[in-house]
Write a protein that binds this ligand. Structure first.
Ligand code: PLP
Length: 473
């Protein structure tokens, strides 16, 4: 029988090879094309061929790394100006290696008490940073903003309809409604489908010209829905929209939530990290009054994918929403004051996620994070200035490093933005996307990598300038 452990010599050989290859990828990411040409047939063939080849473990590992290098959009690249995907910081990478070896089971506290306490500790730390009183700050790590937002909808339903956990929607006689802006993330819509409300229960509130929620429209919509016999139960303010980095007026939303007795959730999947920067923190004013927060560490905190936090200042709501009893896990450790993560989470078997954030903070501290967050914000400002100097027009007003732009001559020409974007992406020299602002597509560039410098931005401006000349030919 083959040994699943391999031999110590073989393991050493494999690790030696892998470390060398990964280190050269990490050190020289910027030497690669940011994105590969996408030939789906070729990729499918390569997947099959590697599967059918009969190479050694060494060859298999080697080829796998090579294929990822060839067929990935390199989000860790400093010329990747894309969606909020980070370059994973090295502490995050190390913690994933550690996690892979120990494979901690975070369903129950008793199996992985240290890793579980790391998560509890971080949840309190972040809760307090957002202004929740320490005694009430609670939460859970989640795989992403989508899961954290689903958790929020479930908690909001349980909070506003105490029998929901038992009777589900069948126990309700009015239609529960969720409010969020037109610019909010589609994971809210998915969450309403998953809980059985359906997407018609999402009320998309109009936005103002700065793309934040029009709170007067919110009040009006709630009032109309109440008059129609529905039951508004939740409002989601977005702190850093996915498209343009807009931050809703959280204080104003809180007042309305209070007036109508709604659960106030802040989706800070991206922008929540602004809380770490003293300079940016004021933008999140009002978040301290929220009932819950989504905050992704795998966006602006640059840890590997799959790391989000759901935070709340209702210390019992997660247990009330998720607690179930079962006979196959050891019971709580001798009546100690501990939280079994499965009683707090959508998940059962669960990977340790907190270690990535913990080790990163051990390495760099809050100050280190503040520095990189400010750096990225500065680079965003530099991109705005450079684009403006080159005759481009900025079409969004975010204080975060998310820039949507076009050329004034083509302000209403979606084709122009599509052309520029595709030209840049196809060159393999940078990655940008498009996003509709004021009814037409604009080029969208986000500083999402802590290693992006002025030279990368100068290069991007050069690329869009060149693409514009091409467009005009
Ligand atoms: C990215 C994002 C999400 C989804 O988070 P994932 O971690 O990608 O699941 C939700 N809301 C906002 C505002 C986002 O930017």
């Amino acid at each position: 029988m083959t040994s699943f452990d391999l031999t110590p010599q073989k393991r050493e050989e494999l690790l030696g090879l892998l470390l060398g290859k990964l280190e050269s990828y990490y050190a020289d990411t910027d030497a690669l094309r940011v994105s590969p040409p996408l030939d789906i047939e070729q990729i499918q063939t390569e997947v099959r061929e590697l599967f059918e080849s009969s190479g050694s473990e060494l060859e298999a590992t080697n080829t796998l790394v090579e294929k990822l290098k060839t067929f990935s959009v390199h989000t860790p690249h400093p010329d990747y100006f894309g969606l909020y995907n980070p370059r994973a910081n090295f502490a995050g990478i190390l913690s994933d290696i550690i996690t892979a070896y120990f494979n901690p089971q975070l369903a129950a506290w008793s199996h992985s008490p240290f890793a579980a306490e790391v998560e509890s500790f971080l949840i309190k730390e972040f809760g307090q940073r957002f202004g929740y009183p320490s005694a009430n700050a609670d939460g859970v790590f989640a795989t992403g903003g989508a899961e954290a937002n689903l958790t929020a909808v479930l908690c909001a339903l349980k909070h506003t309809h105490p029998d929901y956990a038992v009777n589900g929607l069948m126990g309700l006689n009015k239609r529960p409604l969720v409010y969020c802006s037109h610019e909010s993330h589609h994971s809210i819509v998915k969450a309403t489908r998953m809980v059985g409300l359906g997407s018609d229960s999402v009320r998309n509130v109009a936005v103002q010209s700065n793309l934040t929620m029009d709170t007067e429209a919110l009040s009006q919509l709630i009032q109309e829905d109440l008059d129609a016999g529905h039951q508004p139960f939740m409002v989601v303010g977005t702190a850093g929209t996915t498209g343009t980095g807009a931050i809703d007026n959280l204080s104003a939303i809180h007042s309305i939530a209070k007036q109508y007795n709604l659960w106030f959730h802040v989706d800070g999947a991206y922008g929540g990290s602004a809380i770490i920067s003293n300079r940016l923190k004021p933008l999140l004013k009002g978040i301290e009054h929220s009932d819950s927060i989504t905050m992704d560490a795998h966006k602006w905190m640059s840890v590997p994918m799959g790391t989000s936090m759901f935070l709340t200042q209702h210390p019992n709501i997660l247990s009330e929403t998720f607690s179930t009893s079962n006979n196959y896990m050891p019971k709580d450790a001798g009546g100690l004051q501990i939280v079994d993560p499965f009683n707090h989470s959508v998940q059962w078997s669960r990977r340790s996620l907190g270690l990535r954030v913990y080790l990163s903070l051990l390495f760099f501290g809050w100050d280190g994070y503040e520095e990189v967050i400010n750096h990225q914000t500065d680079m965003g400002e530099y991109l705005r200035t450079s684009l403006t100097k080159n005759g481009w027009a900025i079409t969004n007003q975010s204080a975060l490093p998310v820039i949507c732009f076009t050329h004034p001559e083509y302000a209403n020409d979606s084709e122009f933005a599509t052309y520029i974007t595709s030209k840049v992406v196809k060159s393999g020299l940078a990655w940008v996307s498009t996003y509709p602002v004021q009814g037409t597509l604009k080029v969208r560039a986000c500083i999402t990598n802590y290693s992006t410098q002025k030279s990368n931005i100068d290069h991007l401006v050069q690329l869009v300038n060149d693409a514009k000349i091409e467009y005009e030919k």
